[in-house]
Design a protein around this ligand. Structure first.
Ligand SMILES: NC(=O)c1ccc[n+]([C@@H]2O[C@H](COP(=O)([O-])OP(=O)(O)OC[C@H]3O[C@@H](n4cnc5c(N)ncnc54)[C@H](O)[C@@H]3O)[C@@H](O)[C@H]2O)c1
Length: 346
């Protein structure tokens, strides 16, 4: 089985994907600086797989911008790294307005350093975490991959720039196998409740905030804008269960390794939109908790509605989401209930 390098494997999507890759038999090296991830998450992933062989899951604490750390990751195993799954990055839209330099540095310079290291270790297969945020304010819903890339926030600009860099690379040299996966809104947790989303500090995304309000860690949910042109006035998003998303990475890697070199650019979503207020109600029902909320002004860089057309991913990867909003709420709540303080080691 191929040896994979997973950058950002200790984070939310990374840890769930590590589980899927290990279950599929891959051996992993993780490179993470733990700025928003946790070693405990990976310990629990190993427990879930029943892993006793430390050679199947090697952890390197380090930064994707640092050449020495990248060298350590690429030489951690006696097997060459066959492919990289690149999750490491910063993802908070509001923070990206406050500190664009940091976002360009980690997301773009970090990706560039990683790609340079890949070239020097003769590894030309990469699955990249892109984002639906690169579509900005879409002209048409659902959004397919031919829609214009016109981000409306610095975070989105960095993701679009990495996509551009990847396609320039694919055109400049033979042999690159690239999948750029444009995620919609990843949420939920593994159904065991053993791993889940545990952001450092105050969470930004809807599900961790709702879960933390339900468990009493946060006082109330702020709903940003109830004057969007949507049926209930709150913004609509295409929420995708993180376990479905992890399976999408596995499917993408299999296609890259099986088919001739290519660059795949694919949306990963469910094709179904849910409003913020709809999620709130669903979560209240599942958790049987009251979730107080406050309507606030729209945030800069937000848009009314994003829903994926994932037909291309279904056709190219033979992958389809299986889990619905109820599963997302149930699993997110189960994780939060079992781990009110997240991984606790922080
Ligand atoms: N969660 C979302 O809503 C979402 C949506 C679209 C795209 N994405 C992208 O998917 C990827 C994973 O997202 P996530 O939700 O798991 O985020 P996360 O913050 O939970 O995980 C990112 C991981 O990368 C690590 N990391 C950050 N900077 C690093 C650096 N310089 N060197 C090494 N490690 C570093 C963090 O410690 C963390 O473990 C990110 O690139 C993000 O931009 C996320």
């Amino acid at each position: 089985m191929p040896q994979l390098l997973i950058t950002g494997g200790a984070g939310f999507i990374g840890s769930h994907s590590c589980l899927s890759f290990l279950e599929a038999g891959h051996n992993l090296v993780i490179l993470d600086n733990y700025s928003n991830g946790s070693k405990e998450a990976l310990k629990r992933v190993a427990q879930l797989v029943g892993l006793h062989d430390s050679k199947r899951l090697r952890l390197i604490r380090g930064d994707i911008r640092n050449k020495n750390d990248l060298d350590k990751a690429f030489t951690a195993s006696d097997q060459p790294i066959e492919a990289v799954i690149h999750f490491a990055g910063l993802k908070a839209v509001s923070e990206s307005f406050l500190d664009p330099l940091k976002y360009w540095d980690v997301n773009l310079s970090g990706s560039r350093s990683l790609l340079e290291a890949m070239l020097s270790y003769e590894c030309k297969t990469i699955v990249f975490s892109s984002s639906a945020t690169i579509y900005g304010c879409p002209q048409k819903i659902p959004i397919d991959e031919t829609a214009l890339v016109q981000p409306v926030n610095p975070y989105g600009h960095t993701k679009a720039a990495v996509e551009r860099l990847l396609s320039d690379l694919a055109e400049s040299q033979n042999g690159w196998r690239i999948a750029s996966l444009r995620y919609f809104n990843p949420v939920g947790a593994h159904s065991s409740g053993v791993i889940g989303e545990d952001p450092n500090g105050l969470p930004n995304n809807l599900f961790p905030v709702v879960s933390q309000v339900a468990v009493g860690r946060i006082e109330e949910l702020k709903v940003f804008g109830c004057d969007w042109s949507t049926p209930d006035g709150s913004a609509i998003r295409d929420f995708i269960h993180v376990v479905d998303l992890a399976e999408g990475h596995l499917a993408a890697l299999e296609v890259l390794l099986r088919e001739p070199p290519q660059m795949l650019t694919l949306n990963l979503g469910t094709g179904r939109g849910h409003s913020v207020l709809e999620v709130l109600n669903a979560f209240q029902k599942v958790s049987k908790r009251n979730i107080p909320y406050l309507i606030e002004r729209r945030r800069p860089g937000d848009v009314a509605c994003t829903v994926a057309d994932s037909t291309m991913a279904e056709q190219r990867l033979g992958w389809k989401t299986k889990l619905n909003l109820f599963d997302m709420c149930k699993d997110a709540w189960n994780w939060q209930k079992m781990n009110p303080l997240g991984y606790q080691e922080k």
